[in-house]
Design a protein around this ligand. Sequence first.
Ligand code: ADP
Length: 591
Amino acid sequence: MRKKKRLLWQLFPSYLLITIVSLSAVTWYASNSLRNFFLDQTAADLLVRAHLLEKQIIQFLGPLDANVIDALCKEIGQSSATRITVILPSGIVIGDSNEDPAIMDNHALRPEVIEAKKGNVGRSIRFSTTLQQNMMYVAIPLSDHKRIIAVIRTSLPITAIDKELKSIQSKIALGGLLIALLAAGICLYVSRRISQPIEKVKEGAEFFARGDLSHRLPETDLIEISSLADTMNKMASQLDDRIKTIINQKNELEAVLSGMIEGVIAFDMDERIISINQAAAGIFESIPKDMLNRSIQEVIRNPELQQFVTQALSSTDNLEGDITLYHEGERIIYLHSTPLRDSNSDQIGVLVVMNDVTRVRRLENIRRDFAANVSHEIKTPLTAIKGFVETLRYESVKNPEEIERFHSIIEKHVNRLTAILEDLISLSRIEQYDEKKEIDLEKRGIKEIIQKAIQNCQEKAEKKSINIDLSCDEKISAMIDSTLLEQAIVNLLDNAINYSNKESSIHVSASLKDSEVIISVQDHGIGIAKEHIPRLFERFYRVDKARSRTLGGTGLGLAIVKHIAQAHEGRIHVESTPGKGSTFEIYLPSA
Ligand code: ADP
């Protein structure tokens, strides 16, 4: 990844480079021009001086008087602070303002002398070994109309020029440094001016990134950044609108899903839960939040459901089936799956709708069992009746006592059939009352109803020498259907007498507790084992079938009592200890 730089460090080096390059160019150009200017000036000056000497020197050249020329050179050279040298065409120095010509080298090969000997003005800059410094030499030829008879050379040191140039260059460098500093300042200012609005846009974008799409980026006076901010503001507002729409749709969907009684779970192709409603989570005793985005194996430990989801994901059809959950009792859940598809119709998961059908299935079972039980209960006496009737008709039973016995057996079975049918009729009538809430309730004292019921069973109790006693306050009353309630108490008393030994006692009472009337029938009979209690109120359920039949029981008595209690918006409760006796209680709302 490329290293990120601050805007300042992007701008500043370029500013600095431009400044340094232009300053160097200016310095180079200026110092070159100055140097050339100074050199030209010096050269012109030296030329003038050489020309001034021309006349004075020429008179001592023919005939040649080297001593005078040398003295002249020394005198004028000193007064004009110029080095003056007179050289013969052969290169021999005949006069020099600064040295003794006798010890000086032959000057024939000096560039300025060569040039002067050609008749031109010779000019050269060089380090003088004689004077140990940089010098400018200008040489002019002296001629006697025909030929060049000598060369006059004037020279000056140019160290001063170099010194001057150096000082100018260092001043320019100082100026350059100041300009660089100024450039840095300007650069800082400019980059701040550019970076500040960018910084603001960045801060605003961070608000957007955090999800605050209501934030708006401020206006700036930089057109480009301002239009960027504008575009981003528009984008945020559109995004905000879209997100709000999506959230609304999601909320609506969630409201629909959470309002559903059916459990709904959506799985992705990896069997991960991508959506789950309250009802579905409730089935697994959890909450949607804890199950979301987790795999089915992690959160629903039910092999049947796991298998169903795997099958549903590999199938393109809708699937259905029942699974059983064992949590606080057995529950049957009906499952229906539909494949989930994206806009390209590719399968992206599966939607499973779950219905708790425990009650429905139980009712179906009860109905099925009930039909089987009714047929069985009716078939038994009918078969017996048929058998005895056929015996009487086809076999010559002559013995009157035998005939009488057969008749009484037939009568017993007919009575039994009648009893079953009567109980079935009352049960279905009470059920209808209960379902349609059509029961006619009136406020009645409870005591008189119990007394009537006791009266009804008195004869049967006396046959077994069973004493029935009653304790009930006259004032206790409830909203009741007196015929139905009497029937319920008679059924309980009938059972209490049937399942008690001779000379036992039955205690009937009615009391008031927490705005409920409790009618209790307590016996000291055989009692009921614990495992039978939950099924006691089912139709045709009997603890001891043979005993019940002998006693003329139909197996419907307690089912009738339960439905009568429910039709009164009450309930029934039983406590029993085998060998000690049972207490049945009807709870009714008090009036
Ligand atoms: P049944 O006609 O057989 O009495 P019920 O529905 O009235 O049918 O009672 C169902 C079963 O409950 C009876 O068969 C009996 O086994 C048991 N039961 C009912 N009442 C008593 C009781 N008071 N003591 C002992 N067992 C009882």
